[in-house]
Design a protein around this ligand. Structure first.
Ligand code: COI
Length: 356
């Protein structure tokens, strides 16, 4: 075990498992890299983090995150740059969002010295696991959960923060079909919709399963009050191009403040696209579809990147969007984003962070 200046103890694997992985054929989220970072919070303070071989955690069934869902996570990626370097994309934005989720879920802040410095060390150590750009990227999962062994409902006094990583190909391997439902909601004002908390994903499983049984990939969520305004898709934020204008729902408190969403809005604004961040109802989308003005629909997320929406099921029929090669805005955005992340485009925003 060695200790670095950053006060992170490192225990390396005796032998890497990387030779077991076919990087040309990586299933999303099933193969995990050699190491993970782990840090514990107790007695009102964070203990020194440790990097150790990826593996099992020993936990009691009474811990509060398992019983009451006091748990949050993040999703980010490392890309391989043109010189083989490891590149992170906006890691500080993920760190800040984690701490906003933590505040909502009554959890202590995770300091930069653990999240950002720990991330640098972990990715430096496992950088061989970053696939080449044409193969995919290294998905990074910071996970933060309550560990008090106590059955009363109260905020935990102990926590564990982990970062583990996995080489991934695309989350969606083809354009997606989304189903609008009025039978379920994802989030209401005052709830936890804007926090990246595990329960939001658990609550989406049944509606998604029902949508899948009808031939769709996911639900396209509407607002909880009127069942009218489009929110997000659960795995990604959504954008529409109507008559040359890109429209995406605002951060109402009920949708995830996506970092990919934010990056795309910035790119669109800076390249003089017409972009409106405003409520958009499913009826507006339907009317634009009827009138022939609905040009593109796509999702945006870390795992999903820019994913084309093939069709939206609504009102007993499918609104089917133009073929992918007739979608100049989302094609351009997808290319710009990938080039920014993988270091083949200039980065005027300072979004790329090299792993030293
Ligand atoms: C991400 O895009 O990183 C997410 O956390 C979404 C999840 C569906 C993989």
């Amino acid at each position: 075990m060695k200790t670095l200046e950053r006060n992170i103890r490192i225990k390396q694997v005796a032998e890497s498992r990387i030779h077991e992985v076919d990087m040309n054929n990586i299933p999303f989220g099933r193969v995990f890299s050699d190491h993970m970072l782990i840090a514990h919070y107790r007695d009102g303070q964070w203990q020194a983090p440790e990097i150790r071989p990826y593996g099992k955690l020993e936990l009691e069934p009474s811990i509060s995150s398992l019983n009451y869902g006091q748990s949050i996570f993040e999703g980010m990626k490392a890309h391989r740059g043109p010189q083989g370097e490891a590149l992170l994309f906006r890691p500080e934005a993920n760190w800040k969002r984690l701490n906003r989720s933590a505040a909502r879920m009554c959890m202590p802040e995770v300091p930069a010295s653990i999240f950002l410095d720990g991330l640098q060390e972990l990715i430096r150590l496992d950088q061989a696991w970053i696939p080449a750009p044409e193969q995919g990227a290294l998905y990074i999962r910071p996970l933060y959960f309550a560990t008090d062994e106590f059955i009363g409902v109260k905020a935990s006094e102990t926590y564990t923060f982990v970062i583990f990583t996995c080489p991934v190909g695309p989350y969606y391997t083809r354009p997606v079909r989304l189903l609008v439902t009025k039978d379920y909601i994802r989030a209401a004002i005052g709830g936890t919709g804007s926090a990246k908390t595990c329960g939001n994903y658990a609550a989406s499983l049944l509606p998604d399963k029902l949508a899948k049984a009808r031939g769709y990939d996911n639900v396209l969520w509407l607002d909880a009050r009127e069942h009218r305004f489009i929110e997000e898709c659960g795995t990604m934020n959504v954008f529409f191009v109507i008559d040359g204008t890109v429209i995406t729902p605002p951060l109402s408190g009920t949708i995830l403040p996506g970092i990919t969403r934010d990056s795309l809005i910035r790119l669109l604004k800076d390249h003089d696209y017409k972009i409106e961040v405003r409520p958009i109802s499913i009826y507006e989308v339907e009317e634009a579809y009827e009138a022939g003005y609905l040009q593109e629909a796509f999702g945006a997320g870390t795992a999903a990147t820019v994913t084309h929406i093939e069709a939206i099921g609504f009102g007993g029929r499918d609104l089917v969007f133009p073929p992918v090669d007739q979608r100049p805005v989302s094609q351009w955005l997808g290319q710009q984003l990938e080039a920014l992340k993988s270091g083949t485009a200039k980065d005027p925003y300072g979004w790329r962070v090299k792993v030293e």
